[in-house]
Design a protein around this ligand. Sequence first.
Ligand code: NAD
Ligand code: MG
Length: 330
Amino acid sequence: MARIYYDEDADLGLLEGKTIGVIGYGSQGHAHALNLHDSGLRVAVGLYPGSPSWEKAQDDGLQVGSVVDVARDADVIMMLVPDQVQRQVYEDHVAPHIGGKTLMFAHGFNVHFNQIQAPEDVDVTMIAPKGPGHLVRREYTNGIGVPALVAVHQDASESALQVALAYGKGIGSTRAGILQTTFLEETETDLFGEQVILCGGITSLIKAAYETLVEAGYQPESAYFETFHELKLIVDLLYEGGMEYMRYSISDTAEFGDYTRGPRVIDDSVKDRMREILGEIRNGQFAQEWIAENQAGRPRFLALRRLNAEHPVEEVGKEVRAMMAWLGQS
Ligand code: NAD
Ligand code: MG
């Protein structure tokens, strides 16, 4: 079983008197910076001059500076700019001041795929919260925390793990538990999950089911309710109590259809293709493709984004969601 660390395994004292430079103030950046600050640690937020987040971070009571200034002054530097710009930001602004320090990540992509290679005298670690930034912030202020992963890539100081755990405590994650992993495992499982189920799998399944109903002559609104809207209700049950709990809440008719029809849709051929996709993650093919796409100015990515936004299920969805006054208010 995996090793899990809690509050008593981590010592905030290891970060006292040090400056933590949080680079980026987006989803994760704002949550990490504010939580660390509220944990009594010294935080500086690094942004590019003219960033719309600059004033926001200042209004939130944080010290803000350019990435290069923050990287120069900080002892621990957490990279929370988007993964596809991390290499450039690191090379231009962080690398000149990284010697002998701690370099941290919330996702292993750039380290695992050799986009960022810190010198040997640098500790390279990861604290990756298993939730979006707003949840990391909200749960911290509620006195709880979002679970996280910890990994050590380079341990120059021989205290890299303990410093990473202190950081994890500062953002509230040791309250929930921090699971030990490696950069390889975090990166490969994260990419696999988002590609085959969480993002790619689920949206493709929804589109296929929706199109099947509409092409058979059913009303788009009915198709949307059955193949899209109700998904959240089911996922909430799964999240709360597992598959048995979900099945306890549905009708026996639904449960019988689940057992007998589900495996016909998601059969062994799907698993074969999942293995193929995992293979492309592990041999670096996906990473290469995505890095090249970014270097080329993202033409295919932007075209796919536009095409997917225009799918009929998105149009109907807007209309149907407008009927539900409670949506979009939280
Ligand atoms: P984000 O897009 O929400 O925020 C990025 C921030 O970086 C913004 O403040 C943006 O202004 C700034 N930025 C963009 N380009 C920059 C540049 N060239 N120089 C300086 N600043 C720049 O990103 P995010 O989702 O918080 O992701 C940050 C990291 O956290 C990534 O490694 C990601 O994989 C990881 N992560 C994200 C989540 C999540 O749920 N969003 C969860 C776990 C881990
Ligand atoms: Mg992910």
